[in-house]
Ligand binder design. Structure first.
Ligand SMILES: Nc1nc2c(ncn2[C@@H]2O[C@H](COP(=O)(O)OP(=O)(O)OP(=O)(O)O)[C@@H](O)[C@H]2O)c(=O)[nH]1
Length: 213
């Protein structure tokens, strides 16, 4: 195949890291972007990082937003969610409440993005604290199946599955992008879309004309 056909433009995605306070969002991000481990706990307000990675041979620029998990900053969440195209939903395997919080977060994402197929990866962090485990794997996998979103157990401390969670999210985003491109370039799809829009408009018109006496 000539290089003309194999050229793939570099994609840029906005990724948001969400989860309760202290679950390790900043540490995961710092390990992924800078390969560094942070022992101290300094609650985040908002930090953003830009990094370039290669996923299955394709270049991807990631704009990563590391968000605040503590209650006092929850008002900013709507803004984070609006700007995000993909989300890492992080809990700590040593905290049941942080696992329970993910449900509310996902509901908010779906409401704000008005899209229930938004790319998500569920991350059970602090996997090195097995002796303090409060969330069993079966519950996490059940959630993963219900949401049709992959689940990983990671450790920012030992660097287990740190790259994998970001890469998986990128793969989902690339797949979604490819699909949208295909749909935009497919004349049959466009015609079907136009026909569906016309049908919808006709139905709306008919409803408007119908007066109930
Ligand atoms: N044992 C262990 N500790 C971790 C891990 N990840 C983070 N920590 C520790 O947990 C504490 C909180 O980590 P942060 O990354 O600041 O947590 P956060 O989710 O960003 O917290 P907020 O900014 O308040 O939302 C720090 O003391 C980290 O050293 C991990 O994988 N294993």
């Amino acid at each position: 195949m000539s290089s003309k056909y194999s050229y793939q433009p570099c994609r840029e995605f906005h990724v948001v890291v969400l989860g309760a306070g202290g679950v390790g969002k900043s540490c995961l991000t710092a390990q992924f972007v800078h390969n560094e481990w942070i022992e101290s706990y300094d609650p985040t307000i908002e930090d953003s990082y830009r990094t370039q990675i290669s996923v299955d041979g394709r270049q991807v620029v990631l704009e990563i937003l590391d968000t605040a998990g503590t209650e006092q900053f929850v008002a900013m969440r709507d803004l984070y969610m609006k700007s995000g195209q993909g989300f890492l939903l992080v809990f700590s395997i040593a905290s049941k409440s942080s696992f329970d919080e993910l449900t509310t977060l996902r509901e908010e994402i779906i409401r704000i993005k008005d899209d229930d197929r938004i790319p998500i990866v569920i991350v059970g962090n602090k996997a090195d604290l097995e002796d303090q485990r409060a969330v069993n794997r079966a519950s996490a996998f059940a959630l993963s199946q219900r949401w049709d979103a992959p689940y990983y157990e990671s450790s920012a401390r030992t660097r287990i599955n740190v790259d994998e969670v970001f890469t998986d999210l990128c793969r989902q985003l690339l797949r979604r992008d490819d699909l949208q491109d295909q749909e935009q370039n497919d004349p049959y799809y466009q015609k079907a879309e136009e026909a569906a829009a016309k049908r919808k408009a006709r139905r709306k018109k008919r409803k408007e004309r119908c007066t109930i006496l």
